[in-house]
Design a protein around this ligand. Structure first.
Ligand code: FE2
Ligand code: FE2
Length: 256
């Protein structure tokens, strides 16, 4: 089975359509969205004139077989994560003033108003984002996977902490064990290509074709959006047990 993966679109409809074309050309039978469909953050993104949150949500709804919530998707609908990674949000987090939240957050979780432009979304798109789960267990032709925007216990990527060593993924691998899967797919990291973590190493593979190992792996996809990082998408071929990490060709930077 041929499966496409898209991550971190961040309202970039031009690159999302380009990625969908690439995946159609590869004859993907289904597409999985790994979160952060919306969320435009200055000064990292390069598509301010063409950004279109509503069109991106609509495309993902229509074209993807599955999708999970990213931290920016949750923020767009002012929803606190289900998996809180130990942070006490309290009963009405978004009812609190920014200053109060900043003081409570103490740089442990992301706040967004300091550099994020509000997403323009219809009630239907807000409903869709609000209904996305933080994890999904999917099976493609007998190969079962965990998909989530980030890793256990912070599946939505709402915490500032980011794993720097393979042992930081221990809880994620334990969670995968509990589900009986050996491959996890995520986004959020915006790597220049594809990042693969096993129980020993973190390896940046860049773009190209990568054979899938038999051991447990957490695979982080590149971002679709034009940012300061390279953008791309991924195709999993379950028959050939390999992953193709495809760069999206450079498009003109449309700074306002
Ligand atoms: Fe992102
Ligand atoms: Fe994210």
């Amino acid at each position: 089975m041929i499966v496409g993966f898209l991550a971190d679109i961040h309202e970039d409809i031009v690159h999302l359509d380009l990625a969908l074309e690439v995946l159609a050309h590869r004859r993907c039978e289904t597409i999985v969205c790994l979160g952060d469909i919306v969320g435009f953050t200055l000064p990292f993104y390069r598509h301010i004139r063409t950004r279109d949150a509503e069109a991106c949500v609509s495309r993902i709804r229509n074209r993807c077989g599955a999708a999970v919530a990213g931290n920016h998707d949750l923020y767009a609908v002012r929803k606190v994560p289900e998996h809180k990674a130990g942070f006490e949000y309290g009963p009405d987090w978004y009812g609190l003033d920014y200053e109060v939240r900043a003081k409570k957050a103490r740089n442990r979780i992301w706040l967004y108003e300091d550099n994020e432009i509000p997403a323009r979304l219809s009630p239907a798109s807000r409903g869709y984002l609000g209904g996305l789960r933080e994890t999904e267990r999917l099976t493609f032709d007998g190969l079962s996977c965990l998909v989530s925007h980030f890793c256990c216990p912070d599946f939505s990527g709402s915490s500032v902490f980011s794993p720097g060593h393979a042992f930081h993924l221990r809880k994620h691998f334990e969670f995968m064990d509990g589900l009986g899967v050996r491959i996890g797919f995520s986004g959020h990291g915006h790597p220049d290509g594809c990042l693969i973590v096993d129980e020993e190493n973190i390896t940046l593979h860049g773009f190209g074709t990568i054979p899938l190992a038999d051991e447990k792996q957490w695979i982080v996809a590149p971002c679709v959006a034009r940012t300061t990082r390279a953008s791309g998408c991924m195709v999993l071929d379950t028959d050939k047990a390999r992953l193709e990490v495809i760069p999206l060709k450079a498009s003109p930077i449309d700074l306002a």
